[in-house]
Design a protein. Structure first.
Length: 228
C-alpha cells in the first residue's frame, strides 16, 4: 500500500499555530511548516492532476509552492479587526478553466485541525453570475431540482451558505422556487475526516467527491455558459 501524502503532522502544526499565531513562533517553526504542511499539500495537488483530468477535465490544479492551488497561509489583515497574521487552515483551490474570464463554479478543499471539508459550486458569486444562477433556476426549475436532489450528490454533499431574508429583486415572494432563489451562495459542502485525508486513499476519496458534485457543477456552469 502506498504511503499517505498528508500525515497527522500537518494537523498537529495547525493546532499549534492556532495557539501561537504570531510571527516569532511562525519564524521559528517555518521549517516544520514547509516540511509538514506546504510541501505535502503541494504534493496532494500534484497527485490530483491526472485523475482530475479524467474525472472533471474543466477543473484544474497548479502544483506550485507559490502562486498555485495551495492558498497562502498569510492573512490579509488590512481591513480586519482580527490582526492574527496566519490562517490556521490549508485551503486548496480547484478552479474552473474559465475562471480567469468569468466567476465560474469551482471546488475548494479545506484542511484544519477542527474541520475538514470539500466544497463545490459558487461561494459569494459576483452580481452577474448570481443573477445567471437564479435565472437558470427560474427557467428550468425541474432541471435544478434534479441537480440539487441528485442521489449521488446528496449522498455526500449538503447545500450550505447564506440566503436573503426577503425575495430577490425581479422574483415575487410566492415564486414556487423562492427558497432557492433567495440563495446568495450556491455552495455545497461535504465533511471529511482527518483519517480520510491522511490515508493512502486520500486522492481517491477527493476525486470521488468531486465526481459526485457533477450534477450541481454542470447546472451552475450551464447557467453561466461555460462547459463542465
Amino acid at each position: 500500500m502506498p504511503d499517505s501524502i498528508l500525515t497527522p503532522k500537518l494537523f498537529k502544526f495547525l493546532r499549534e499555530l492556532k495557539r501561537n499565531n504570531d510571527r516569532d513562533w511562525f519564524a521559528e517553526n517555518k521549517p516544520r511548516y514547509e516540511a509538514d504542511v506546504r510541501e505535502p499539500a503541494v504534493e496532494l495537488v500534484r497527485q490530483l492532476e491526472k485523475p482530475l483530468a479524467k474525472a472533471a477535465p474543466m477543473l484544474g490544479v497548479v502544483a506550485k509552492g507559490h502562486g498555485g492551488s495551495v492558498m497562502r497561509i498569510y492573512r490579509d489583515t488590512r481591513f480586519s479587526k482580527d490582526k492574527t497574521p496566519y490562517k490556521t487552515n490549508v485551503g486548496i483551490s480547484v478552479r474552473h478553466q474559465a475562471d480567469n474570464d468569468i466567476h465560474a463554479p469551482g471546488v475548494y478543499i479545506h484542511l484544519a485541525a477542527d474541520e475538514c471539508f470539500i466544497g463545490a459550486g459558487g461561494w459569494r458569486p459576483e452580481r452577474k453570475t448570481l443573477a445567471a444562477f437564479r435565472q437558470a433556476i427560474a427557467d428550468d426549475p425541474k432541471g435544478w431540482i434534479r441537480a440539487r436532489d441528485n442521489r449521488a450528490f446528496r449522498s455526500v454533499f449538503e447545500l450550505s451558505g447564506e440566503s436573503l431574508k426577503t425575495s430577490p429583486r425581479d422574483y415575487p415572494r410566492d415564486h414556487p422556487m423562492i427558497e432557492d432563489l433567495r440563495r446568495i451562495d450556491f455552495i455545497a459542502v461535504a465533511p471529511l475526516k482527518q483519517s480520510d485525508l491522511t490515508s493512502p486513499d486520500a486522492i481517491k476519496i477527493l476525486v470521488d467527491h468531486i465526481k459526485k458534485a457533477k450534477s450541481l457543477m454542470t447546472f451552475l456552469c450551464d447557467a453561466v455558459d461555460v462547459p463542465y
